[in-house]
Design a protein around this ligand. Structure first.
Ligand SMILES: Cc1ncc(COP(=O)(O)O)c(C=O)c1O
Length: 479
């Protein structure tokens, strides 16, 4: 007889305990489909509980589809599979592995102060979407879709959509890169490219030498692969070549990760002379370079500077990772890796195990967009816009924020050093509805506490002025 072993506990409501007890009996088979339950009156007498309590328990079971009521007759066990309706109690947090925990702890969206409505936020360096030429993209989509829809909607190739690969090869060649023995793989942005490189060319514990500070996501990727990033401090003059050589000798890194143009977060650009010297040094010491070219095309200075890879000539030590996230539309999630054939070959195989391939439809639309000349036209327009935006922001910075140092020479952000801890400043600014990123998140070894990054790409000129005034006032109050 069921209910003889039923015992009330003090940890939850009585009607829930009765409902849970009946659910368990249905799941373990003691009660089967079609069985009639005791009436509320009988059960109330047996358990010495009020009929209202029993009625509430039955109602809960009806709501959860475990039983149904037959008016005038009573309650019956329903024919729905009880297992499917049993709530699970897996403690998923106990399953989280070290990599997952690390990614979560380093996830800025979840760990930094959240944006609230009406705040002026200098945290983002995403492009200003009001400049997107959406009509040109729409036209590109319609044109390529009408030509190739069947092909584009089926499985494609892990290496990418061939016309886009060819376009990118021509494009890289126009930037001075020798194509002999090199190939291209299309990726879901820079982030996938770097993950693929780490997945296929590194082992846990390998050291990666990088600029300090550097791109936060790159640090996160290195760490979640069990790699050890070692920073080379950047002075106002950028990378110190002697220090670089000493660090290479000391740590024998697997790679040197560099962002030569509009480095994130400092906005620095490595000069052509220094690019040649870095390539020569890496050739001499046999150290491969991971070149992050994410911002290359946005450079607005008059002196043309070629990617590091181009200075390597026919050499194969540079793996170039490009991205359309800043120079076009980040939502497309499109990027590419250009490297030695053997590197692309292994990346291609790994990509097939991860995502099979990047969306062919997206790649084809981008190809068409580039083929029609829209990309060059857009680039010209936004380069000019970001140049003006940067100059405006620097002027306002000089007027309103008593900073100690301004790094770099351009990009979608300003990186400054102040005389106090940037997190302390952020706390005060947050109260006045202004947000920015504290520079420590880009640093290794607890450095950069007095630095901050001010993203200027998605704010209006008046927000720059107003926000900088607030930051300046807060800073003065704290000094
Ligand atoms: C240094 C650096 N590299 C690359 C990227 C672009 O990454 P993705 O192409 O995955 O959007 C960013 C974006 O902020 C960046 O700051």
């Amino acid at each position: 007889m069921i209910f003889l072993d039923f015992k009330l506990k003090n940890d939850s409501s009585k009607y829930i305990q009765i409902a849970d007890y009946i659910k368990e009996r249905i799941v373990d088979g003691a009660l089967r489909t079609g069985d009639k339950l005791p009436s509320t009156r009988q059960l109330s007498a047996l358990l010495k509980l009020s009929r209202t309590t029993i009625q509430s328990a039955f109602q809960l079971l009806v709501d959860d589809d475990f039983i149904y009521s037959q008016p005038g007759e009573g309650y019956y066990v329903s024919d729905k599979d009880p297992i499917l309706r049993t709530p699970s109690h897996i403690q998923w947090k106990h399953y989280f592995n070290t990599n997952g925990e690390l990614a979560k702890n380093m996830d800025l969206i979840k760990t930094e102060l959240p944006w609230k409505k009406n705040m002026i936020s200098f945290t983002s360096i995403a492009p200003d979407s009001s400049y997107f030429d959406t009509d040109a993209l729409k036209k590109s989509f319609l044109d390529i879709y009408s030509l190739e829809s069947n092909k584009l909607l089926n499985y494609g190739y892990a290496k990418g959509y061939q016309p886009l690969i060819d376009t990118l090869k021509t494009y890289m060649h126009s930037m001075g890169i020798h194509l002999k023995d090199k190939d291209v793989l299309i990726t879901n942005g820079f982030t996938e490219g770097l993950n693929l490189v780490c997945n296929t060319l590194t082992e846990q514990g390998d050291c990666i030498l990088c600029e300090n500070p550097t791109h936060h996501t790159a640090l996160k990727i290195f760490m979640t692969h069990g790699l050890v990033p070692i920073g080379i401090p950047l002075s106002e003059n950028g990378l110190d070549l002697q220090l670089l050589e000493a660090k290479i000798q000391e740590h024998q890194p697997k790679f040197l990760y560099l962002t030569p143009s509009y480095h994130n977060p400092t906005g620095m650009v490595i000069s052509p002379q220094k690019r040649v010297a870095i390539i020569n040094l890496c050739k001499k010491l046999n150290i491969p370079i991971l070149e992050d070219g994410f911002n290359e095309e946005l450079r607005f200075s008059d002196i043309p500077i070629r990617p590091l890879m181009s200075y390597s000539g026919y050499g194969n030590e540079v793996i170039y990772i490009g991205s359309f996230s800043k120079i076009l539309f980040p939502g497309l999630r499109l990027g590419w890796v250009m490297a030695d054939h053997d590197v692309i070959d292994i990346l291609e195989s790994f990509k097939r195990t991860m995502t099979i391939h990047t969306s062919t439809l997206d790649q084809a639309v981008l190809y068409q967009y580039m083929k029609e000349g829209y990309y060059d036209r857009y680039l010209k327009k936004v380069r000019q816009h970001y140049k003006e935006q940067y100059q405006y922001a620097v002027d306002e910075l000089k007027k309103y924020i008593p900073y100690k140092k301004l790094y770099g020479e351009g990009g979608l952000h300003l990186f400054i050093e102040v005389q106090i801890n940037a997190r302390q400043l952020l706390e005060k600014c947050y109260e006045r509805e202004v947000l920015f990123l504290p520079g420590d998140i880009f640093h290794l070894d607890d450095e950069g506490k007095n630095t901050l990054r001010l993203g200027i790409s998605r704010v209006t000129k008046s927000e720059i002025t107003e926000g900088f005034k607030i930051i300046g006032n807060c800073l003065e109050e704290l000094l």
